[in-house]
Ligand binder design. Structure first.
Ligand code: HEM
Length: 470
């Protein structure tokens, strides 16, 4: 069958729409920025300017403009924004929040940890951690206990990132660490959306919780660095790479503080995102039983009871399409921001230096010009043929250009492996009456977790075979 080809780059910039926000409305906007951004795009289009008193702000959800900002003219855009500056209170000068030379040298240094050969090694760890979780679930299924799939995915993803990148066994500490991370991220959102709050040095209950959580994380990480330095071991993981790195010109290594910042960045960026996306996948599958049925058939056909490996992934395209479609509807990193360093002419409009640009994958992925029936859950959008019909920058769950997520291929290996391994053993059903409410914090989180009951697929298959007389 012939496939008609639509170019991947759309160089036609849309006209800008200027929208005034009365100062009295700012508070309402800050209370639920995601709802505001989406509604605004639905009313005013995909390239909107809000001339605010503090700065000129843009809401951009058009692929051509996004491509300009993230890729073709990315050098003109920095991460000096409220979003990244408040996040830096936790991650310091880590890869996600830094800019310029420091970002570039660290990125080059860390990139090899995400090469294909390394991913193959990580896949084994993903398999082992998932298998251990499934054994635990078996007992819970037998006892008829529901699980909070959000907490389960958070712990699993944290364990995986700790073990793969830092050779850390976080099985015992995982609940405590995920709790501390959530506490820190909640604080970041609070500060970012309430600019007039009391200074962080005052001992308010919230400030105290923040300080305690940061101390706990720092102690864990700094003691790991000290132990590794003392042992002199080199297991070839990300921590070794950071410890052994030397500046080409000065010959200097990274300080403990620099290594701490990168480790915190990777732990946070590498687990909350994957876990949130998987949680939403389980929720969507529980609401779309035909899709779930097709996933179960694919898993049965390809694996036939065997545990999935990285080599199986190309034979499990439907699982990947489900994950891609989940990232469209619930992109964990729902907000990407930049500051313009110099004037940037885009079509008939010039973005003035100093402007703040908001690129929301959530809003972009609902742009009806590129996504028919944008609210529908349809993994068929991600067959290779269908994907060719869209401009590249209509889909940005991992961002794009030089600041593209460093862990994208890691996540796209890890999540389908976990999804297929779980789907083979269990069917997850949403507990009737459990409220599912999306909370746009640093990532898109389910406000009350997601409680699900476990239905054992093994029991189902046994029953199916015996009732067929086989
Ligand atoms: C589904 C999972 C994930 C999603 C949706 C996601 C999303 C993103 C996005 C949108 C960005 C770009 C932010 C921007 O341009 O401002 C980013 C950057 C980043 N991500 Fe991910 N991410 C995921 C998984 C991971 C994993 C598994 C890791 C590491 C183990 C990771 C580490 C990072 C880092 C370090 C950066 C900063 C890269 C740079 O600026 O050079 N992420 N991620």
């Amino acid at each position: 069958m012939g496939v008609s080809y639509v170019p991947q780059t759309n160089t036609m910039f849309p006209p800008v729409e200027i929208v005034q926000i009365p100062p009295t409305r700012i508070r309402t906007v800050m209370r639920d920025p995601l709802a505001f951004l989406l509604r605004s795009a639905q009313q005013h289009g995909s390239f909107i300017q809000y001339p605010l008193k503090v700065a000129t702000v843009y809401n951009i959800s058009h692929p051509a403009v996004i491509q300009r900002v993230l890729q073709t003219n990315s050098k003109n855009y920095s991460k000096n924004t409220v979003q990244y500056n408040t996040l830096a209170q936790i991650t310091g000068e880590g890869l996600l929040t830094s800019d310029g030379r420091s970002w570039f040298t660290h990125r080059r240094l860390m990139q090899p940890a995400f090469h294909r050969q390394r991913l193959e090694e990580y896949a084994t760890i993903v398999g082992e951690a998932t298998e251990a979780m499934l054994v635990r679930w078996q007992a819970q299924a037998q006892a008829g206990c529901p699980i909070d799939i959000d907490a389960e995915m958070m712990q699993l993803a944290l364990e995986i990132v700790g073990k793969t990148l830092f050779n850390l066994d976080l099985r015992q500490e995982a609940p405590e660490i995920t709790h501390a991370v959530l506490e820190l991220l909640e604080y970041v959102v609070y500060r970012a959306t309430n600019p007039l709050v009391l200074p962080p040095t005052l001992p308010t209950p919230r400030n105290r919780r923040f300080t305690a959580a940061r101390r706990m994380l720092d102690e864990m990480i700094l003691s790991t660095i000290a132990a590794r330095r003392a042992s002199g071991e080199d297991p070839g993981d990300m921590l070794s790479m950071l410890l052994l790195a030397r500046d080409e010109e000065t010959g200097e290594g990274l300080s403990d503080a620099e290594i701490r910042d990168e480790m915190v960045t990777l732990l946070i960026a590498g687990h909350e995102t994957v876990a949130s996306a998987l949680t939403w996948s389980w929720y969507l599958l529980s609401q779309h039983v035909a899709v779930r049925q097709r996933l179960e058939e694919e898993v049965q056909q390809v694996l036939n009871g065997r545990f999935p490996t990285i080599a199986d992934l190309e034979k499990l395209p439907y699982a990947r399409q489900i994950f891609d479609e989940t990232l469209r509807l619930y992109p964990p990193a729902w907000l990407i921001t930049r500051r313009a360093l110099e004037d940037d002419p885009i079509g008939d409009h010039t973005i003035p230096a100093g402007s703040i640009l908001i690129l929301s994958p959530y809003v972009t992925h609902r742009n009806p010009a590129f996504w028919p029936n944008p609210l529908g859950f349809d993994p068929q959008r991600f067959t290779p043929e269908a994907a060719l019909q869209r401009p590249r920058y209509a889909y940005i769950p991992f961002g794009g250009g030089p600041r593209l997520c460093i862990g994208d291929r890691f996540a796209l290996m890890e999540a389908p492996l976990i999804m297929t391994a779980v789907a083979q053993r269990f069917r997850l059903n949403l507990l009737p009456g459990h409220p599912v409410i999306m909370d746009p914090l640093v990532t898109l989180r389910p406000r009350h977790g997601i409680l699900m009951s476990l239905e054992s697929m093994e029991m189902k298959r046994k029953f199916h075979y015996s009732s067929n007389g086989s």
